[in-house]
Design a protein around this ligand. Structure first.
Ligand SMILES: N[C@@H](CCC(=O)N[C@@H](CS)C(=O)NCC(=O)O)C(=O)O
Length: 200
């Protein structure tokens, strides 16, 4: 299995997954600054020239969340996704889709308005995040992970988003979310990817 990767990008999501699974893989660095991602040979792996991409024998897949879901299903014995016959599978889909459709755009808008924008624009962007964050807090106040007691792919994806939210200052005063991010980053697999928990 080969993961095409660049640091500080969404490619850290499948890298984190691979570390959680503890399966062998090759990490192939793609130099984005050097435009290696636009070379014809890389465009055959990811037609949009982005990272991450995964090659697993005949299988080629891009989109970080799809790669993580694929990896969990490929290794059901590791228990990182509820089985298809379980009702929890619906909740699992919900949080995975919640990220790119609701949470990530809200964080992105805030991060984008963090510079010379007016306070009003910044507040508007922040208010979009508040609803999504309140919802997550209600869940994480009563259970350690999004699906209950067990860590899953949903935590890799939501946790990655919240790590970004924390970096742009959106988690101040949100103890349940802060605690959740810290708990996730303290996992051995996450430490191997991101380093020490408080390094951001
Ligand atoms: N939705 C895609 C987004 C992929 C993406 O935007 N990758 C960025 C890094 S986070 C990238 O490769 N940028 C380089 C470029 O587009 O030239 C995913 O989650 O995999």
């Amino acid at each position: 299995m080969q993961l095409y990767f660049a640091p500080n990008t969404r490619a850290t999501r499948p890298l984190w997954m691979l570390e959680e699974l503890g399966v062998p893989y090759d990490l192939i660095s793609v130099d984005l600054a050097g435009k290696e991602n636009q070379r014809p040979e890389y465009l055959r792996i990811h037609p949009l020239g982005q990272v991450p991409a995964l090659v697993d024998g005949e299988v080629r897949v891009f989109e970080s969340i799809a790669i993580c879901m694929y990896l969990a299903d490929r290794h059901p014995e590791k228990g990182l996704a509820p089985s298809v016959s379980s009702g929890l599978r619906a909740v699992y889909y919900q949080w995975l889709v919640f990220c790119p459709s609701t949470l990530e755009p809200a964080i992105g808008r805030f991060a984008q308005h963090g510079g010379e924008e007016s306070d009003a624009q910044r507040q508007k962007a922040r208010s979009r995040f508040v609803g999504a964050a309140d919802l997550l807090e209600d869940v994480l106040r009563v259970q350690p992970y999004l699906l209950g007691d067990d860590f899953s792919v949903a935590d890799v994806i939501v946790g990655s988003n919240l790590k970004w939210a924390r970096r742009v200052g959106l988690l101040h005063g949100r103890e349940p979310l802060e605690g959740y991010v810290q708990r996730l980053l303290a996992r051995p697999a996450a430490r191997r990817v991101f380093g020490e928990p408080d390094s951001g």
